[in-house]
Design a protein around this ligand. Structure first.
Ligand SMILES: Nc1ncnc2c1ncn2[C@@H]1O[C@H](COP(=O)(O)OP(=O)(O)OP(=O)(O)O)[C@@H](O)[C@H]1O
Length: 211
């Protein structure tokens, strides 16, 4: 469960976000909509503990995210939040398995090859474990980033334009994967997008366009 209250943010003089209240319970999904420049990525960064709001509170479970020190917040993110970005941000010269092991190491979790293999199986990527990332298709790379986001069984999954660079078939696959996985972990799933194809798939939406 994630909630925000009286949130505001701006870059220098430009006010980007003002959200009085929003809450997404466990196993619920929210689609964050808005034109280019409306603040979707900024909001996801704030919710992921990457960018402190000017004002307001972000609470995940029982944790006040910006009540933590920067170090505690990094640790909290590694253990509780799964991030999926539009670009894969994988290390292309490393194998799929090593990318996930590295992510596990960087999150401070104990390295667990069994868990890496399990997540890859869930995303139908187990046969690619020893392939270098640069040898994968875009859709497969996006699935690896989802696998990476799910490694630590996060209670919150934040995805920024996860389907933007995918064809229709892969976009739908990635969406249903995110939804199924969020359900499995009873995680709250928030997806930011301006992809028309995604809009029909979600009931709950937050529109950042100013009227
Ligand atoms: N680091 C930054 N410094 C200053 N201004 C920024 C910075 N990042 C974003 N902005 C501005 O904040 C506004 C919101 O940007 P943001 O990237 O959150 O929008 P978005 O809705 O994700 O856009 P898009 O759909 O194009 O990715 C934009 O006007 C942008 O120019």
């Amino acid at each position: 469960m994630i909630s925000i209250d009286n949130l505001s943010f701006g870059y220098s003089d430009q006010k980007v976000l003002a959200i009085p209240h929003m809450e997404v319970k466990e196993s619920e999904h929210l689609l964050i909509l808005g034109n280019s420049g409306s603040g979707k990525t900024t909001l996801l960064h704030i919710l992921g503990g990457l960018l402190a709001p000017k004002e307001g509170k972000v609470v995940i479970g029982n944790t006040d995210l910006y009540g933590l020190s920067a170090h505690q917040r990094d640790k909290y993110r590694g253990q509780n939040i799964g991030l999926v970005f539009q670009k894969a941000h994988l290390i292309s010269a490393l194998s799929v398995g090593d990318n996930l092991l590295l992510a596990q190491y960087l999150s401070g979790a104990a390295q667990d090859k069994g868990r890496v293999y399990e997540v890859l199986e869930e995303l139908n990527l187990a046969q690619k474990v020893n392939k270098r990332v640069r040898e994968l298709s875009q859709g497969e790379q996006q699935r690896v980033t989802i696998a990476r986001a799910l490694l630590n069984r996060p209670q919150l999954i934040l995805a920024d334009e996860p389907t933007a660079s995918l064809d229709d078939e892969n976009a739908m696959k990635v969406l249903s994967l995110l939804k199924n996985q969020a359900e499995k972990y009873q995680a709250s799933l928030l997806i930011a997008t301006h992809d028309q194809r995604v809009k029909d798939e979600f009931k709950q939406t937050l529109n950042l366009n100013t009227p």
